[in-house]
Every structure is written in C-alpha cells, then in structure tokens.
Ligand binder design. Structure first.
Ligand SMILES: [Zn+2]
Length: 204
C-alpha cells in the first residue's frame, strides 16, 4: 500500500506537534509506508483471526461453520463435518463438545488449554494410569471425571480436570497460560488496534 500525499502531510503535522521534529516528505513517507504496511501485513497474516474476533464481539454466542470439509474439534480432537461445528471465543468445537460446554458439563477454561485437563490417553502417557485403572479410580472416587455424552446419553468423551484431580495426581492445581490463550490475547489487542485505526480514519 502506498501512502497518499494527504497522509504524508498529516504525519508531518503529527511529528511536529507531538514530537517537535520537522520531517521531510521522504521521512514522513517512509513512516507512513511502514505504518500502513504494518497493518497490511498484520491483516493478511492474522486477518482471519482478527475478523473472527470482531465478529464474535457482535455474536457472543458464536456461529456455525460452513463447508463440506472435516474439522478437528479443539476439545476432544475428533473429526467432525464442518457444518456440525461451532466457533465461539473458546475456540472451534464439535457439536457434542459445544453442547457440553454450553450445559456446563465442562468449564470454558479447559477449551484453549490442554494442560488444564487430561484424557484417558494423557492419564496413561503422563501418569502411567491405564484407562481400565482410571475407570476403577473414578468408581472409587479417587479420580473425578467429566463425561461428555453423545445423543443417546452414552459417554462420548471423558475429561479429568486438573483442578479436580491435582491432589490425587500430585501435581500443581493451576496450569500456566497456554500458547493458544496467549495468541487469543494478542489477537484481541490487534483487533482493538484495528478498531482504533478505523475510528481514526472515519473521524477524519
Ligand atoms: Zn469435540
């Protein structure tokens, strides 16, 4: 994107007013060019995520996904047809996981942080607890499971929340912020920057 003479003049005025420097046309042009390209690159790179963030501000309950492809659920990790998936600020989920989150069977805090919960697989991987043993520990009340049901009410996917099982597993109660959570925060900041830029532009 090439800055217009108008934005170059504006930047020269801002530089003089705010920083007391006299920019040449060339210096102001470079600054404008860098600024425009920063947002240009940002929008290309993270544009879809920023757009989704802005859309979710208007549609806080989320929206259905279009398309014929299969999508990996951000929670259970299973493949589902895109049109059965749902996107909200807690990520992309299959229909059953989305319903479980909405119904409060699993807390939203686990959706973007895989260290806040364990599956049968990760219990085995990380703690050497075989699924059959895990089931018996649930029956005895040593482990606490959150079970996402399928349409028939049978178990579809089981989560063991860290906050409910940390004592038995002898681990920390809290998991650090995940890379996904950090990225979400970054996207939120970019979206705010973007909104500010748009507001400044339309105010002129
Ligand atoms: Zn799922």
């Amino acid at each position: 994107m090439i800055p217009s003479q108008k934005s170059i003049n504006e930047l020269k005025e801002i530089a003089k007013r705010e920083f007391g420097v006299e920019w040449t046309d060339g210096e102001a042009s470079d600054a404008a060019y860098n600024l425009l390209n920063y947002f240009d690159i940002l929008m290309k790179w993270a544009g879809d995520d920023i757009k989704t963030h802005l859309r979710l501000e208007k549609e806080p309950d989320g929206f259905a996904i279009k398309g014929e492809q299969l999508i990996t659920c951000g929670l259970c990790g299973k493949l589902s047809p895109a049109k059965e998936c749902w996107k909200d600020k807690h990520g992309l989920k299959c229909r059953l996981c989305q319903k479980a989150v909405r119904d409060g069977i699993v807390p939203t805090s686990v959706c973007r942080n895989k260290d806040r919960w364990f599956s049968f697989e990760t219990l085995k991987e990380k703690f050497g607890i075989h699924p059959a043993t895990a089931k018996s520990l649930v029956r005895k009340g040593n482990l606490k499971a959150r079970i996402i049901p399928n349409d028939l009410g049978n178990p579809y996917f089981t989560l063991f929340l860290r906050e409910e099982n940390y004592e038995f597993l002898k681990i920390e109660k809290d998991a650090p912020q995940s890379a996904l959570e950090e990225y979400d925060q970054q996207v939120a900041e970019w979206a705010e920057d973007y909104k500010k830029k748009i507001a400044e532009k339309s105010a002129k």
